[in-house]
Design a protein around this ligand. Structure first.
Ligand SMILES: [Zn+2]
Length: 843
């Protein structure tokens, strides 16, 4: 219980960043901490590639010990990873991870930024990364971040000098940071940015080194550290009741979809940063020699005079005693010409004034969402919970004609409620992550509005401005319009107020495989964003395909209700692929978006609008056999995919397999990483091998090898050594080594063309050595590497066949890659050739 309280209290540390989360209500100790931060005018930028790369200990240290504005720029949003807590993958995972980063920063006191770079998957070398990202665009974004954030110091998570030693994205982030450090101050570089920002030269750039760079703690102890700054990130903050590393662990534990829930750390703990450019600071202070006082800003000294005095004599029992001076400082700050510091510090100061006065200001929509053209009703709550004189002059909803002028004194602890209604303008943008609004490339998102680039999320559709007069000074307070409601099982909830289309549609199955000319029934779900909608729905389809009926009328009475209609989709006789897409016509409007909601307890609810569509693939695919046993490993979608081409797949629990059980199956397929995660397989190998000996087919998909992998001695009936060989270029040329082997001939003829259109990679953890019984069927390689022949190896064993494959079928089948299906069908069909051609023939 105590831990829970600490968590909530700490979540209030940073309030500049939070979007539609619970409003921050500071204790006087936290308020004092914020005043200290207000009086520190220094900025640090931390640079890495992915959500979870960041060193939360160091970010928290800079934000809470140094009290610097600390920004983490993660070049990507982490779309390429796995998700431990739900179904979101790719762009939806990027949305979830963006919010997890914001939740982490909300705790460690940092801020969050991004670039347009997309996490397209594993990359061995920054050269490949730069080719796919479009280096110039991402470099422009890092320069843009430096010019806007104006950091005094930059800290790279990764070493720019060691390409190939880690994920290519990692090294690339450091390389870009180094180049941007040199470019940001050059007015010739990305000159168009200078219409809305200015040049900037940071003073120092560091690399956040670690003992693991040197192999061991002992080796690191011996390293010359004269160019390193040592920071004790285990320091304790009495005003927060927490060690820095306790805050860092809580922040890190927000990365739940990556399984980063952590124990907290306490005690002294040194972190090292190595100077790369700039002068070496003294006294292990990264800001040493940089003016971080109010005197760095022209006209700032007068502000500082008032604020340092408050810090010196802070009244913990009654912070409201400082309001008069805080307001004076605010007034003084408005005279400062430097827009950068004026904007930043005015916002901080307003938050502090609000907290010191116990002011609560809220604009809450009565419903969670509205559609353009509909009416929105906003409830305003204002309360002043201290005695100083506060007058509520006016309330404005920005961008619409909605305005109240109460001109009312807010009496101590007397709540005032108001209501404002307005029509949502027809041209209001929908609430959806801005970087997904336009189709991007494999490497970068398309963002047309330069001012949005780098922002963690789409600015909210509506904001309320409360103009208060405090001690005779007019101060505008800006609040996003939220939706506040209660849930019986969860209590009070805050959500973003979303602007959504009148109707959205979904086809649940995103890839439909037509293995023959049969018609399939396709269901389209239609969901209403307002009451009483009606119209017609059609299904766009590729040339040569037919859909009936051509349109279906529908009507929905209630907002939020979902109905379902179905179309018959018939493929052409020849191979073809394309998209089917529902188009809903209502009057002269057409709606073609799918709404995906992402809703977890640790992040604000997200509404994501994507094109509503599904991929359809007609493949001319031949197969033998019918019943497949599947042993699930770490989890994949291969069984569903095989069912799409007409196999009956039976999930088999390896614990239950007895001798002879498998004989009824045409093949046994082992899912990805099964030998890494299922202990029982070790003991069931003899049963599986007996099945092969008696004429069965066994197909084993990739298992990991290396330092952390559980080593497995008898993965195959003959010697096989797994390795960390992988081919990450999904377009790497594939050579057929054994052109006469049945795997590339029966029942489907496999040619080089069948390796077109693969996604993310060719495969991973290929065997590097195998005994002479095996035939390697394919050869491929990444640029600059040797040929890898272990992607698909096959051996006869007794009457049957054993196949090991590191090819990424688990990625290719779910997205409908036709060549991957044909090759998989051939693996399942091996030995079932009626003509009984010699499937064992070599090359
Ligand atoms: Zn990473």
């Amino acid at each position: 219980m105590k831990h829970f309280w600490v968590f909530l209290s700490l979540a209030t540390l940073l309030f500049a960043n939070s979007f539609a989360q619970k409003p921050d209500k500071l204790t006087s100790a936290e308020l004092f901490h914020e005043i200290q931060k207000l009086n520190f005018l220094g900025t640090a930028l931390y640079v890495a590639a992915h959500p979870d790369d960041e060193n939360t200990s160091l970010i928290s240290y800079l934000a809470n010990h140094d009290k610097a504005r600390t920004v983490y720029i993660s070049l990507t949003r982490g779309d390429g990873g796995q998700n431990l807590i739900g179904p979101e993958l790719r762009e939806l995972l990027g949305v979830l991870r963006t919010q997890e980063l914001l939740a982490a920063r909300n705790i460690d006191g940092g801020e969050q930024r991004f670039s347009r770079a997309n996490d397209f998957g594993f990359s061995k070398h920054p050269k490949e990364t730069f080719k796919i990202w479009d280096k110039d665009k991402v470099l422009a974004d890092v320069v843009w971040a430096i010019r806007n954030i104006q950091p005094d110091v930059i800290i790279n998570r990764f070493d720019h000098r060691t390409p190939g030693s880690t994920h290519g994205h990692h090294t690339a982030s450091a390389v870009l940071s180094m180049e941007a450090y040199d470019l940001a101050d050059n007015p010739q570089a990305y000159a168009d940015q200078l219409n809305s920002t200015t040049t900037w030269q940071p003073k120092r750039v560091f690399y956040n080194t670690s003992w693991w760079q040197y192999g061991s703690q002992e080796a690191f102890e011996k390293v010359d550290k004269s160019n390193m700054v040592k920071l004790d990130v285990g320091t304790y903050y009495p005003e927060l009741g927490l060690s820095n590393n306790e805050i860092a662990a809580m922040a890190r534990s927000q990365h739940l979809c990556q399984g980063f829930g952590r124990l907290t750390d306490r005690g002294s703990d040194n972190e090292y940063i190595e100077l790369l450019k700039g002068d070496m600071p003294k006294n292990h202070d990264v800001f040493e020699g940089i003016n971080t006082t109010w005197s760095r800003v022209k006209g700032g000294e007068a502000v500082g005079e008032i604020l340092y005095e408050i810090e010196e004599n802070f009244d913990f029992q009654d912070p409201s005693k400082h309001i008069t001076d805080l307001v004076k400082a605010y007034q003084q700050l408005q005279k400062v010409e430097d827009e950068h510091w004026k904007t930043l510090k005015s916002q901080e100061l307003k938050n502090i004034i609000q907290a010191a006065a116990g002011l609560y200001l809220e604009a809450s929509s009565s419903s969670a969402s509205a559609t353009p053209g509909s009416k929105a009703t906003i409830t305003i709550e204002t309360i002043n919970r201290t005695s100083p004189s506060v007058t509520l002059k006016e309330i404005d909803i920005v961008g619409v004609d909605a305005h109240l002028t109460p001109n009312k004194i807010l009496e101590d602890n007397q709540r005032e409620n108001f209501e404002i209604s307005f029509t949502v303008p027809q041209n209001t943008s929908y609430t959806s992550p801005y970087w997904l609004n336009e189709p991007g490339t494999l490497g970068t998102y398309t963002v047309k509005d330069q001012t949005l680039i780098g922002k963690p999320e789409t600015p909210s559709a509506f904001k309320a401005i409360f103009t208060l007069v405090i001690d005779g000074v007019e101060i505008p307070f800006e609040k996003e319009v939220v939706h506040r409601y209660s849930k019986p099982d969860k209590g009070e909830q805050y959500e973003p107020f979303a602007i959504l289309p009148e109707v959205t549609s979904t086809i649940d199955e995103k890839v439909l495989i037509f293995a023959n000319a049969d018609t399939k029934e396709v269901q389209v779900k239609i969901r209403s964003g307002k009451n009483d909608v009606s119209g017609m729905v059609e299904l766009d389809h590729p040339n040569g395909w037919t859909v009936s009926p051509s349109s279906i009328p529908f009507s929905i009475a209630q907002k939020g209700e979902e109905i379902s209609v179905s179309f018959n989709v018939s493929p052409p006789n020849t191979e073809s692929e394309g998209k089917i897409a529902p188009r809903i016509k209502m009057g002269n409007k057409v709606f073609d978006k799918e709404l995906v909601e992402i809703d977890y307890d640790h992040i604000p609810k997200q509404s994501v609008l994507l094109p509503s569509e599904a991929k359809v693939v007609r493949m001319d695919i031949k197969k033998s056999g019918e019943h497949i046993a599947y042993i699930m490993g770490a989890g994949d979608m291969v069984p569903e995919s095989l069912e799409q081409i007409g196999y009956q797949v039976h999930l088999v629990d390896p614990n239950d397999i007895q001798d002879g059980d498998l004989d009824k199956y045409d093949a046994v397929v082992v899912g990805i990483r099964a030998y890494n995660v299922i202990d029982a397989l070790k003991f069931k190998q003899p049963v599986l091998f007996d099945y092969v000996k008696n004429g069965g087919t066994m197909i084993v998909q990739y298992n990991t090898a290396g330092r952390w992998a559980r080593q497995f001695e008898n993965i195959a009936p003959y010697e096989v050594t797994l390795s960390r060989d992988r081919v990450t270029d999904e377009n790497a040329e594939v050579e057929i080594l054994a052109p006469n082997h049945s795997l590339v001939n029966y029942p489907n003829t496999i040619t080089k063309k069948d390796f077109d259109g693969w996604v993310q990679e060719r495969g991973l953890y290929f065997p590097s050595e195998w005994s002479s019984e095996f035939t390697p069927v394919l050869s491929m390689k990444d640029e600059g590497e040797s040929n890898k022949q272990g992607g698909l190896i096959v051996a006869p064993y007794g009457e049957g066949h054993y196949i090991y494959t590191g090819l990424s079928f688990f990625r290719e089948l779910p997205v409908g890659v036709s060549g991957a299906y044909k090759l998989f069908a051939n693996m399942l069909s091996i030995g079932k050739d009626e003509v009984k051609r010699d499937s064992n023939v070599k090359g």
